[in-house]
Design a protein. Structure first.
Length: 300
């Protein structure tokens, strides 16, 4: 795994405060968000990197491990446990030898790798060391409509078919792990895992932020002034809304529960936020112009 400089991705220094990290994350997430850059693969990649960097640096424990171990920060606990075990064995060996310098022998190496790889690195007596197989990474490209409902898909990874259940509400850039579908282990070690990152394209009229959806609906001037009804699209149906008299441009209304499914929470949905855009008439007739002039005189 190559080293990824999370500080560089967010454009901050290593001594950055939590507030600095939060501010940088919001700035870059807004800049590279897929809704702002539709069908831009490079923006999608950078958005994923920004989220990954924020996930690590905004967590004090993860940040501490990352600063110390770099690309191997996820194995920090294994390294530290192995080091503690080595020091303990060395101390015990020194006492057993009357205070002499303890060695780091074959059993120590065996226990070290056992701690580091959770048992996958333990060697049998005088046998070959076992190692976990390589993890695989793949992208699954879907449309927003595809993740509105939970469904199953068959993926072909390295010539093998994998039946995958995709939960409704999965996010763009989200990564899931499928245990045991990576590369083969060495010397009888366990298989690696498969990490799938979702790349979700949004070709709908709705903008998505989490489980909430946002859209704009045009309302003609007369209906905005006098009131009436308008039929609007939700993501999977249509609803009729009452327009209040004297509705102003950019008025916002919320339709509770008409947004996107909440990930892995069956039956729960976000909200749909609608902004009214008042549409002025064009190509008005002479009579209409005359009536507007009369109205203007009345208002003055």
């Amino acid at each position: 795994m190559d080293f990824i400089d999370y500080y560089k991705i967010l454009g901050i220094e290593k001594n950055a405060t939590e507030a600095d990290i939060k501010k940088a994350y919001r700035k870059h997430a807004r800049k590279h968000h897929p809704d702002v850059n539709p069908d831009d693969k490079e923006a999608e990649r950078k958005f994923k990197e920004v989220n990954e960097a924020n996930e690590v640096l905004s967590d004090p424990e993860k940040r501490k491990k990352y600063d110390k171990y770099g690309k191997d920060w996820k194995q920090a606990d294994h390294f530290e446990q192995a080091e503690q075990h080595r020091q303990h064995r060395q101390s015990t060996s020194s006492r057993g030898a009357g205070g002499g310098q303890g060695g780091f022998g074959e059993d120590d190496f065996s226990d070290f790798f056992s701690s580091m790889f959770g048992g996958a690195g333990r060697a049998s007596s005088r046998g070959a060391m076992k190692f976990k197989g390589q993890d695989f990474n793949a992208e699954l490209h879907l449309n927003l409509e595809d993740v509105y409902k939970t469904h199953k898909r068959t993926l072909t990874i390295n010539g093998k078919n994998i039946r995958l259940s995709i939960a409704a509400g999965v996010e763009n850039g989200q990564t899931i792990k499928i245990k045991g579908h990576g590369g083969d282990g060495m010397n009888g070690g366990p298989k690696g895992d498969l990490y799938i990152t979702f790349v979700i394209a949004n070709h709908s009229r709705f903008k998505r932020h989490g489980a909430n959806l946002y859209t704009t609906v045009e309302v003609d001037l007369y209906k905005a002034m006098l009131g009436g009804e308008v039929l609007v699209d939700t993501f999977d149906s249509k609803v009729k809304l009452n327009i209040k008299p004297e509705t102003q441009n950019n008025t916002k209304v919320r339709l509770k529960g008409k947004g996107f499914p909440v990930y892995k929470k069956e039956g729960q949905f976000g909200d749909l936020y609608i902004t009214y855009s008042i549409k002025n008439p064009t190509n008005i007739s002479a009579k209409e112009k005359e009536l507007f002039e009369e109205l203007a005189k009345l208002r003055s």
